[in-house]
Ligand binder design. Sequence first.
Ligand code: SF4
Length: 352
Amino acid sequence: MSLSQKLDTWYTDYGRTLPWRGISDPYRIWLSEIILQQTRIEQGRDYYHRFVEAFPTVADLAAASEEQVLRLWQGLGYYSRARNLHAAAQYIMDECGGVFPSDYQGILKLKGVGRYTAAAIASFAFRLPHPVIDGNVYRFISRLYGIATPIATDAAYSEFEALLLKKIDRHRPDRFNAALMDFGSLQCKPVPDCTACPFADECNALKTGRVGVLPVKAAKAKPKDRWFYYFNLRWHADGVEYTLVEQREGKDIWRGLYQFPLMETDKELTYSQLQAEANRFVEENLRLSPLIFHLSPSFRHQLTHRTIHALFLEAELPSEPLLTTGKYRAIPTSEIKNIPVSRLIDRYLQTL
Ligand code: SF4
């Protein structure tokens, strides 16, 4: 039996039922694929439903503000995905006459869409024969054929793609791809039960004792440490409590999200260094005289390429600080839950 026939039989018995399976709406398939990048299915499912409800069509998504999209995305991380999603929806409306591109190259032009996502949309929505290669597929295929190329590089993608292009079911590429992904995820797991596998008699890794060795992973760079000191400064006016926020800009992480005024340093500060630096910061930026800060517990926040060490400095002000630039904005503290913030800020807010 061929790879595709075996997978097809297995899929009939064990394939997953998912809200974005068995549909051909490219917009919803695209939405699900972007949400599922770096996100577990269980968590992604909730977000998928929320997005489909808030923005049922690509036109609705394009018409939303970036802030609305980021707010709905909050908690998923990797916010560039949300910004790209929004920009691509606007591109579809403005440049493609509101019609979702229906060929692989056209789909690949959408911001935030790489080869994997383009293949998923092309095969699931348009039944075009493009194999999908995610982490689960790399694992299964590298073991089945004994491929020791380090995975998740452009070269590896091309190698696996060339191989799978010969194996894909050209009549039902959507079903082939769904079965391939599910098989890697549910059967050929990191620690698999090979006795229950329909490929056990031909699996190269099983025959050569390399199940625990394949796939070979490319060496990762060590995450860079960064130290973030946030100022949660509060004051009251007319019975309402206020605080200051700023919106992140530039090419750095969390662009477009809000945060408390931030002082970043390239090393951890001792307690006395922190008092001195913090007071210099509030004096320069907010014209405030020296303050006594209450320090939050420290937060460690792990991102793919960075480790953020964060501390929140809290202080009560007698009145509204003098804002000399448009960088900071005073808002009632109760409003914070309505603006998009990073998961790190959200974790801190949960402790208050
Ligand atoms: S025999 Fe084991 S390692 Fe090989 S494909 Fe099956 S589950 Fe994966």
